[in-house]
Design a protein around this ligand. Sequence first.
Ligand code: SF4
Length: 573
Amino acid sequence: MARKIVEIDLSGHGIRVEECPEDLRLLGGRGLTSTSIQRETDPLCHPLAPENLLVIAPGLLAGTGLSSANRLSAGAKSPLTGGIKEANSGGTAAFKLARLGIAALKFRGAAPRGRCLGLRVSREGCRLEDLGFLAGKGIYQTAEALRERFGARVGLIIAGPAGEMRMSTACLSVTDPEGEPCRNLGRGGLGAVAGAKGLKAVIIDDEGAEFRPHDPEATKALIRDFAARLKAHPVTGEKFPKYGTAMTLMNVNKLGGLPTRNFSAGSFEGAEGLSGDRLYETISSRGGQYAHGCMPGCVIRCSNKYVDPAGKAVVGSLDFETIGLLGANLGLGDLDQVAELNKLCNDIGVDTMETGAALGVLAEGGLFAFGDFPRVRDLIQEIGQGTPLGRLIGSGAAACGRAYGLDRVPTVKGQSMAAYDPRAIKGLGLTYALSPMGADHTAGNAITLAVDPTDPRVQLEAVRELHWKYTALDTLGICIFTGRVSLANPELIEQAVRVITGWAASWAELLELGKRILHRERDFNRRAGFTAAHDRLPGFMLREALPPNHEVFDVPQADLDSFYDFDREGQLD
Ligand code: SF4
C-alpha cells in the first residue's frame, strides 16, 4: 500500500495529502521525523515560531500485530534544547495511522492566537476541528470529551495545559488500548510546539481501515515466532511483565547510580519502597493490573495500571524513570505519592523526568525540603495553574538552575538526565553527552551492555554501536525493550522489514541507516550552533565524587571527541 504524507498548514492554508516521495519511502518513525526536520526546518528558527515543523510519524513497521512494533515518533526543533528532537511512545496512534496508510503528519504554520484546533484523521480524509471548548483543559478531561464526541475507539494525541502555555517541558500524550492518555511523547517540549501552533489534539479513527503487509502469510508466521521468543526469554517473558521497568531500580541503586536528592547521592535509603518487587506486590494485592500492553500486539507488557489502597485507578503506567526522578531524586520513598505526582504531571502534560529534575534543583536551591511531599504536589499544581513559579518549573531543570544561581544541574544541552547517574554507569554518560537530543537514555541505554558499568575505558565502541541500533529501532518503530531478543537475533528484524515492507535490507544496511539518521540530526544541530563543547556532562559530575561508591565521570574527554569519528566531514549523506 502506498503510504501518504499529510501536510497541514495551521495558518489557514489547508491540508494537502501526497504520496510518500521515493527518497522517504523506506523511512518511518525517527528516521522520517529527523530527515524531514533536517531538510525543511531552518535550524535558526525559534522553536515556538510558525516556521518550526512538527512531524508525527508511525514507525516503518507499524500497523500489524508484531509485538512491540507500533511505536510513534514526534519531532521538531526543541524549545528545551534548541536542537533537533525526536521523542517516541507506545499507545495506539501509530497502529491506527499506519492502518490508514499515513507515513507522517506534518504540521506547519500556526493558528491565530487563542484558537484551539484538532486534526481528525479517518478513511474519509483529514479535517480540522474547532476544539475551543477544550482550551486549557487537562489531558484526562480532554481525552474523555474527545472519545465521547468522536467514538470510544479513536486513538488520541493530546497537548495539555502546559503545552498550551508553551512550556519547554510540555509533552504530548497518546492514548493506550483502553483509551487512557498515559503514553507520553515526553521529552524536549514537543507539547509546547503543538501548543504554539494552536494544535490541541490529533484524533485518529481507523474504523474500516486495513493494513496490508507485503507478505501477509509470512507476516503472520513472524508475529507468532517473535511473540514465542519474547515469551520464552526470562527478561521479556517473565521479569518485564511482572515488575515492569521498575525491575531495574534495585540494581541501579546497588550500582550507586540512582539519582538521589538532586544527584547528590547514587543510593537511596528508601529504594526498597520504590522497587519493582514493591510495585508488583502493591498492584497485585490491590487488584490493579500488571503485565499490561501499552499497544496492540505487545506480549512483553511492561506497562501497568497503578491503583490506590481502595483499588481505584490512579495512573497507568508507573515506570522506572518517573519513580527515580519524582521519587528518590526528591527524597520520596512512597509509591502512592509518586503515582499521585505522576498523574498530576500527566494531566498537565509535562515530562515527569524533567519535572523531577527541575524540582530537585529547586530543593537544592532551598525552595523546599527534600521529602516534603505536600510541597512537591503544590508546586506541580502550580505548573498547571501557570503561576510564575509554575512556569519556571515548567521551563525545566536548566532554567531552574539559572534562576537559583546553581551549578549542580544534571542536564546536557538543556535537557535533564534520566534516572541513571552517569558517574556510576559510565556508558550512560557517553549517551547523555553525545546524543543529539540532550541527556536522553533512550538514545543508547548502556546499562543493558555486558560491560563493567564503572570502567571508563570499555564503553566507547559498545555505546557507539548501541546508538546506531537504537536509531534503527526508533525508525522501524520497535520498542527497545525487545532488545534482548531482537538485537540478539537481528535476522528477526531483517525478516520483519522484508515481510512487512518488501525491503530486503540486511542488518548491516539498517545500522548504516541508523548512522545516516544520526548524521542528519547532528547536521541540524551544527547549523543551529551546537559544537563539541555541547557534547559534555556538567562539570560537577567530573569533580564531585558520588556517594556511596565515590565515582566521578572519568571517561577521557578525547573519547567524547572521537565518538562521531564515523561521521567525519559528513560523508554519510
Ligand atoms: S514492552 Fe512495554 S513499552 Fe514496550 S511496547 Fe510493550 S508495553 Fe509498551
